[in-house]
Design a protein around this ligand. Structure first.
Ligand code: SOE
Length: 385
């Protein structure tokens, strides 16, 4: 069987989620090429060794440039912070490697445009990992929309709410520094919602944004321990928070629908609340990641005495991806979206087809996100070109 050898950059939260996906995918899905966990790349050799041993990566590398150039890999999987995406992805495409990149694609639209322009000219497969597109319940939402069961869409209402930095003593990790993350919840959370909205509703035409900063200074972190959701212990001194703490937007879609987006890390009780509602002329759809196997669907075609939201458990074999997992009703979890992405990515490489979201979608999403921040700063609506 043909093999596709992967070189991964990053070994923290996303590094683990991706490693798990590459390993699990061929065990549950029949794939035309077998992913091989070839090279793990990171800066801290000790942590890297442990990571590689744990997940079964064959060798390690501390210089991503060497890894990208090396002959023993076919795919570059980018799991490092946003600030690194552009350089690594560009080098990887130029070296003829397929690229599987964590979201958001780049730090800004300009970088994303360049990546998309170069990627188009090469035959490589490129993908931006918005894992939630591949939850079976989200696929079901797409199916209902495509089958006309929602009809013309009037409204999108998206919210992505977390609470992991409410404590003013949570340290200033890279997520809170613009030079590493590009933005706060706008790039981290609204990026997912914008991707889902583009997938389910369509392209966005105008954006009006509003941001807030609730805590402007934080203790500097003890770098070794810091990470997403766990700040680690605080080091000495304090530093300025240079990204927004909350980012809200209202938008007009090309098809005339109106939408709203809320993203914050200041919503106590909300751990990873990724939620959306879609309202159309024939019905409505609600999704909440906290019950990720369920889709709420309201059909105006039901007789009036039986009308109401129904809960569909998207675990039948006929729901996308589910035939490969457990019998109906045996639910799946967060990590499965990553497995599905890996399966589709390998399939796209083999069939030389497009996988979405790709670098084009990554660029379009960044246009919306950047416009949201620009609008918040200028205090006016931004029309996307
Ligand atoms: C942290 O906010 C985070 O891990 C995001 O970076 C992910 O993209 C999101 O899926 C969960 O939360």
């Amino acid at each position: 069987m043909k093999e596709l050898r992967i070189g991964i950059v990053g070994h923290k939260f996303m590094g683990k989620a991706h490693s798990n996906a590459w390993k699990r995918a061929p065990e549950f899905f029949s794939m035309e090429a077998k992913p091989v966990l070839q090279v793990a790349c990171g800066r801290n050799q000790e942590q890297l060794d442990e990571f590689a041993k744990n997940w079964g990566w064959k060798r390690t590398e501390t210089d991503w440039k060497k890894m990208v150039e090396s002959d023993d890999i076919d795919i570059v999987d980018i799991c490092s912070p946003q600030v690194t995406h552009y350089e690594i992805a560009m080098a990887a495409i130029k070296a003829g490697k397929h690229v599987f990149c964590e979201k958001p694609l780049a730090m800004n639209v300009k970088q994303a445009e360049e990546l998309w322009a170069v990627a188009q000219k090469t035959g490589v497969t490129h993908y931006v990992n918005h894992n939630y597109r591949r939850c079976p319940a989200v696929r079901l939402a797409k199916r209902l929309i495509d089958e006309g069961k929602v009809g013309r869409i009037f409204h999108w209402r998206g919210a992505y709410l977390q609470s992991w930095i409410v404590d003013p003593d949570f340290p200033l990790t890279w997520h809170l520094r613009k030079e590493f993350s590009g933005s706060g919840p706008q790039g981290d959370l609204n990026s997912h919602s914008v991707d889902l909205a583009r997938y389910l509703v369509g392209d966005i035409k105008t954006v009006t944004g509003m941001t807030a900063n609730f805590i402007t200074e934080r203790p500097l972190p003890d770098e070794a321990a810091s990470g997403t959701f766990k700040g680690g212990s605080s080091g000495t001194g304090r530093g300025k928070v240079t990204v927004e703490d909350a980012a809200f937007m209202i938008v007009e879609f090309e098809n005339g629908a109106l939408g709203s987006f809320e993203a914050t890390r200041f919503a106590p009780g909300r751990k990873n609340y990724n939620y959306f509602e879609i309202y159309g002329e024939k019905g409505s759809i609600l999704f909440n990641l906290e019950n990720m196997n369920e889709l709420q669907y309201y059909s105006s075609a039901d007789p009036d005495y039986a009308q109401g939201f129904r809960t569909i458990l998207a675990t039948e074999g006929s729901h996308e991806y589910m035939a490969n997992w457990w019998p109906a009703g045996h639910i799946i979890g967060y990590e499965h979206g990553f497995v599905h992405a890996v399966v589709d990515f390998v399939d796209a490489i083999n069939k030389k087809t497009r996988i979405r979201p790709d670098f084009y979608d990554g660029m379009m999403e960044l246009k919306v996100l950047e416009a949201g921040l620009e609008s918040a700063e200028k205090g006016r609506k931004i029309v996307l070109s």
